[in-house]
Design a protein around this ligand. Structure first.
Ligand code: HEM
Length: 199
């Protein structure tokens, strides 16, 4: 029933919905209501949405196992997540570091949480580049699926980055880490079951 209704929803809706947080942050910035430290608030807001959307993208496949089919929206979700990661990086380079490359470049290798965040971003680049039907055809479904397993290490690194920057482990931090752990456990359990069945 729900799946049938979802089939009628156009996929571009994900882009519109995905643009809402950044639109809200822009409105709050222009309005002067984003907080006492706008730079930090923008940087954190973009990073948080990047992480939430990465985790949401990883939830799509396990949700199908339990009957909710959101597969049509997975590509758009992943691309919106990647856009937030890029905006988060852009915010750091511009409004936080003020394009001071003499400081930015050493930070990319010196500060561990930056190295970890950057590694997550680098892993996401091939996924974003190949998230189109032509790439699936060229690489074959098997090769494409294998490459897109990189979403797991990328999200693990992103979560570690989040754990590293968060000075205190709030309920939010622990929730994301918990969801990610549950996703990995579900994947591992399914892998083991599949092997047992085919053995
Ligand atoms: C998949 C990639 C990434 C995700 C999901 C992500 C996520 C986050 C999140 C959620 C926060 C806020 C933490 C909090 O609320 O306490 C944060 C903070 C931050 N991130 Fe990222 N990040 C990523 C990549 C990067 C990259 C590539 C850079 C820079 C090269 C970066 C630089 C920072 C900085 C400077 C902060 C603020 C640290 C502070 O408060 O002093 N992140 N990130």
């Amino acid at each position: 029933m729900l799946n049938r209704a979802l089939r009628k929803v156009p996929t571009w809706v994900v882009y519109i919905a995905g643009a809402l947080p950044v639109a809200w942050m822009t409105y709050q910035t222009l309005n002067g209501t984003i907080g006492i430290d706008p730079v930090r608030a923008i940087e954190w807001g973009l990073g948080l949405w990047a992480l939430r959307l990465l985790i949401a993208t990883l939830c799509v496949t396990p949700l199908r196992w339990v009957g909710l089919n959101l597969m049509r929206f997975r590509r758009q979700l992943g691309l919106v997540a990647f856009a937030y990661v890029c905006l988060h990086l852009l915010a750091w380079v511009t409004i936080d570091m003020g394009l001071r490359w003499g400081q930015i470049l050493p930070d990319l290798v010196k500060r561990w949480y930056i190295v970890v965040g950057m590694s997550a971003l680098v892993l996401l680049v091939p996924l974003a580049v190949t998230s189109n039907t032509a790439s699936i055809r060229r690489m074959g479904a098997k090769g494409w699926n294998r490459l897109h397993q990189l979403a797991y290490p990328a999200t693990i690194l992103a979560t570690v980055h989040f754990l590293m920057v968060g000075k205190v482990y709030t309920a939010e931090v622990l929730t994301y880490a918990g969801i990610l752990f549950a996703l990995l456990a579900a994947r591992a359990a399914r892998f083991v079951l599949k092997r047992r069945v085919s053995a």
